[in-house]
Design a protein around this ligand. Structure first.
Ligand SMILES: C[S@@+](CC[C@H](N)C(=O)[O-])C[C@H]1O[C@@H](n2cnc3c(N)ncnc32)[C@H](O)[C@@H]1O
Length: 210
């Protein structure tokens, strides 16, 4: 594969692998993530991911939560730590990223393997015909794939997000936050789409399922 094509959202990252370690304090807890070349933001936690993690709403009660497009697992692992009764799913299309996510769950939450599931697949495919509906879905979307593809996810949400469930996601202002906000307000209602915060050039959104 041409190196240029070997982008983080490919299913297989074919370049020779180099491993890295990312240490970061999130919500006043220190995490150490193993990462690998060829996956998203492997040298440093992405600023958008950090803004989402620091500002997302995390339930304390027992819920079912999903980190969609989990990469090496930062969002899902913070969810699992902060919501100790919840069942947490992490999913991605990049197998190398999923391998790192698995290592990171084992390292950061060694007692918690049973309630954390890591799955391979595109969008909601890993959950099709499984009867799973989430109370919360969290995402730093792969915007390079295009806004259209991101917005298409909203068509599937009624199947996978419970009524009153939250879909919290982060977008870079420059990458079209305003467009997405206006589009979603038009497509749904103003009550269903909230901006949780605007920080460091990123907007964190919460879409509430009707
Ligand atoms: C912007 S990165 C975020 C990664 C991780 N959540 C983080 O914050 O560091 C987007 C992730 O989505 C994954 N991805 C891309 N397209 C996807 C799809 N259709 N379904 C599931 N995951 C996808 C990529 O492999 C990548 O890991």
């Amino acid at each position: 594969m041409d190196k240029k094509e070997d982008h983080y959202f490919n299913e297989y990252s074919n370049s020779s692998v180099k491993f890295y370690s990312v240490s970061v304090s999130l919500r006043r807890h220190l995490y150490i993530f193993k990462t690998a070349s060829g996956i998203f933001s492997y040298k440093k936690l992405d600023l958008g991911t950090k803004v989402l993690i620091e500002n997302m709403f995390i339930p304390k009660s027992k819920q079912i939560l999903l980190d969609l497009g989990c990469g090496y697992g930062a969002i899902g692992i913070v969810l699992a730590y902060e919501s100790p009764k919840s069942k947490i799913y992490l999913a991605d299309i990049n197998r190398r990223a999923l391998w790192c996510a698995k290592q990171n769950v084992q390292f950061n939450l060694p007692q918690e393997k049973g309630r954390i599931k890591i799955l391979f697949g595109k969008d909601f495919e890993p959950f099709k015909n499984k009867g799973i509906q989430f109370d919360g879905i969290y995402m730093n979307p792969p915007v390079r794939l295009g806004r259209k593809q991101f917005l298409k996810l909203f068509e599937d949400l009624p199947h996978f997000l419970k009524k009153k469930g939250n879909f919290q996601f982060v977008l870079r202002k420059k990458m079209g936050s305003e467009y997405v906000y206006n589009y979603l307000k038009e497509a749904f209602s103003e009550q269903q789409i909230k901006i949780i915060c605007k920080r460091s050039g990123y907007w964190v959104f919460n879409y509430i399922q009707d």
